[in-house]
Design a protein around this ligand. Structure first.
Ligand SMILES: NCC(=O)CCC(=O)O
Ligand SMILES: [Mg+2]
Length: 330
């Protein structure tokens, strides 16, 4: 910088709204948003998630309505998460490959209704297992890596058959992207995308999500042997490199706000689409402060989502997707 005050006045471009808009380096639009929704049994059922005020579990018919609303708001993708009835959960999570499970029914219902929206489906066993883990559990309490790959790949194919557009493995087993990509190719699903949860950290901020999908009460122990240690950043680069090499079309960093540095590193290093997940705990934290009048709602929502853009994401999974899209307009 050569000029100095008063030739240089950095406040000049900030003086007017038109000028601030003109100079904005990053712009959030509804097309940046992926809306996670929770599926439950029944018909015309809308059930609030206690730990996530403002978020409901919806029966399949209401998921279809949500998809229509998302399209109207310009949101390109819905992310689907099932709250599997307890009697369908088992030690091996086999409900994950049931062609009539909640996830498959929701995908088919949205696609059969001809709604032009992308569907992102989560691959991991935790909503289907009686122990709440993302992979298969051994007798002595370990999460088995290689042994879990077959059912995860079969789960992905089951979702693709039901109409999923983006398979999103969140299980953090090594090698699962390759296994899923191979299975999708073998079954003819050449154009089904994979968005891998590449850098997924073992986080306290997933607590409310486990309430939403009903796995919290089941979970034995923690997920530290497969999800990443929050102290690590180089390791995230290796996770991302591995998933891209195995056939991921895009990668995700999760949670979001506490990991913006990871997003920025991934963006700087890889020429690949990167997404962030503003997770349930981030949502709950903000939402409770908003409901108590401590935070200004609209500004807080847009500020945080814009921060993800600034860090370098192509898009954000956020429980605020609908609210943010309404604020942004089309
Ligand atoms: N596999 C999806 C998640 O774990 C979501 C976490 C959250 O929203 O807390
Ligand atoms: Mg990995």
């Amino acid at each position: 910088m050569t000029a100095s005050f008063p030739a240089l006045r950095l406040r000049r471009p900030r003086a007017h709204d038109w000028s601030r808009r003109l100079h904005a380096e990053n712009v959030l639009t509804p097309a940046d948003l992926i809306w996670p929704v929770f599926i439950r049994d029944g018909e015309n059922e809308r059930e609030p998630v206690g730990a996530m005020p403002g978020v409901d579990r919806l029966s399949v018919d209401l998921i279809v309505e949500a998809a229509r609303e998302a399209v109207d708001l310009g949101i390109p993708v819905l992310a689907l998460f099932p709250n599997t009835p307890p009697d369908a959960r088992s030690e091996d999570g086999r409900e994950a490959v049931n062609p009539d499970n909640l996830m498959a029914r929701a995908c088919r219902a949205v696609k059969d209704a001809g709604i032009p929206i992308g569907l992102l489906t989560d691959v991991a066993l935790d909503p289907y297992t009686s122990h709440g883990h993302d992979g298969l559990l051994s007798g002595d309490g370990r999460i088995l890596n290689d042994e879990s790959l077959d059912i995860l790949a079969a789960q992905a194919v089951n979702q693709a058959r039901a109409g999923a557009d983006i398979i999103a493995p969140s299980d953090m087993m090594d090698g699962r992207v390759a296994a899923i990509r191979q299975a999708l190719e073998a079954e003819g699903f050449r154009d089904v995308q994979i968005m891998s949860y590449a850098a997924k950290y073992a986080s306290a901020f997933y607590g409310p999500f486990r309430d939403a999908v009903g796995s919290g009460g089941f979970l034995k122990g923690d997920k530290k042997t497969y999800q990443m240690d929050g102290a690590n950043s180089d390791e995230a680069m290796r996770e991302v490199a591995m998933d891209l090499e195995e056939g991921a079309d895009s990668v995700m960093v999760k949670p979001g706000l506490a990991y913006l540095d990871i997003i920025a590193r991934v963006k700087a290093r890889f020429n690949a689409p990167v997404f962030a997940y503003q997770v349930s705990g981030e949502y709950a934290m903000m939402q409770l402060a908003i409901e108590r009048g401590i935070l200004e709602r609209d500004r807080a929502i847009l500020e945080v989502l814009t921060a993800f853009k600034r860090a370098g994401v192509n898009g954000v999974l956020t429980y605020y997707a609908r609210d943010a899209a309404k604020l942004l307009g089309r």
